[in-house]
Design a protein around this ligand. Structure first.
Ligand SMILES: NC(=O)c1ccc[n+]([C@@H]2O[C@H](COP(=O)([O-])OP(=O)(O)OC[C@H]3O[C@@H](n4cnc5c(N)ncnc54)[C@H](OP(=O)(O)O)[C@@H]3O)[C@@H](O)[C@H]2O)c1
Length: 267
């Protein structure tokens, strides 16, 4: 599978690095191009990808074209470049850009895939959500599976569910980083070394979430195993609830979903 990356920043490189690291793709099957040449030079150095002379050439020489530039640049693709994508699979990670807006730019692509990856993809621990424009052929499904497996796990969702899913997997890393930041600051203020607090928070988070995933049990049951009546965890959770934590999570999720819908409609 020959893969061409248009845009070679953080996300493009995370995908390309994953593809090479997992042996999905040999370096000579990868090509890239970026705006100033900065990102493509780094991707070429990290993965051995060839830097294409032009987007048109890159598209012509690829089986799968990955769009990994900023969402507002989708319409900078020219008609000539779009024509070169006739019969090719075009995969976009552009946040908020709908399949309809991709179709308007690449009307002759064999199929279009909209993906929401996340930054833990940099270490192969990402979670992606994705949807196809048309029901995929077996080979298209296999190509997308291979591509996304290089980042971690992937789940197909209907496009209209992508707003909610995006808040969980796309924004989620920032949510967990914020929790880590706040916990370590609160611990520091109470005399515990900040670096140690961050390690405790990260390792506790990883262990707890791995347990939640592996056990497949309701989180409420897992909470019950930690809480003793009137104990320390009880004090923590009661305080969180008293201060409106469930409402904060619910409302902040709604605000983020609303913003996702707004952004996708404004493009
Ligand atoms: N980072 C995330 O957490 C995340 C998560 C999900 C989705 N995404 C999506 O991933 C996409 C890329 O994000 P990023 O974080 O990788 O951005 P980034 O690090 O800023 O990289 C953007 C890349 O696009 C290139 N570029 C800019 N304009 C271009 C154009 N007109 N044609 C071709 N290439 C162009 C840049 O070129 P130079 O290197 O030469 O400047 C750079 O390589 C965005 O659409 C974003 O919505 C990101």
């Amino acid at each position: 599978m020959k893969i061409g990356f248009i845009g070679a920043g953080n996300m493009g490189r995370a995908i390309a690095n994953g593809l090479v690291a997992k042996g999905v793709c040999k370096a000579d099957a990868l090509q890239c191009i970026s705006a100033s040449g900065k990102g493509s030079a780094i991707m070429a150095e990290q993965t051995g990808a060839r830097i294409a002379a032009s987007k048109k050439e890159l598209i012509e020489q690829s089986d799968v074209v990955v769009l990994a530039f900023k969402p507002q640049h989708l319409e900078t693709i020219t008609d000539e470049e779009a024509k070169a994508a006739t019969g090719k699979l075009v995969v976009s990670v552009l946040a908020g850009r709908t399949l309809a807006s991709m179709k308007a730019v690449f009307p002759e692509a064999s199929n279009l895939v909209r993906v929401m990856p996340n930054t833990p993809s940099q270490i192969g621990k990402g979670v992606s959500t994705y949807c196809f424009e048309q029901t995929p052929s077996d080979s298209q499904q296999a190509e997308v599976n291979e591509l996304l497996a290089s980042l971690g796990t992937a789940y197909e969702v209907a496009e209209d569910q992508l707003h909610v899913a995006t808040v969980i997997n796309g924004c989620g890393p920032a949510f967990y980083f914020r929790i880590g930041q706040l916990i370590s600051e609160a611990a520091d203020a109470r005399g515990l070394d900040k670096d140690l607090a961050l390690k405790l928070a990260a390792e506790t988070g990883i262990g707890s979430l791995e347990l939640m995933k592996a056990s497949k049990r309701d989180p409420k049951d897992l909470i019950d195993e930690v809480v003793s009546p009137n104990g320390v965890t009880h004090a923590l959770l009661t305080s969180l609830d008293r201060q409106g934590f469930p409402k904060i999570i619910d409302q902040s999720m709604q605000d983020a979903v609303d913003r996702s819908i707004e952004l996708s409609q404004s493009k």
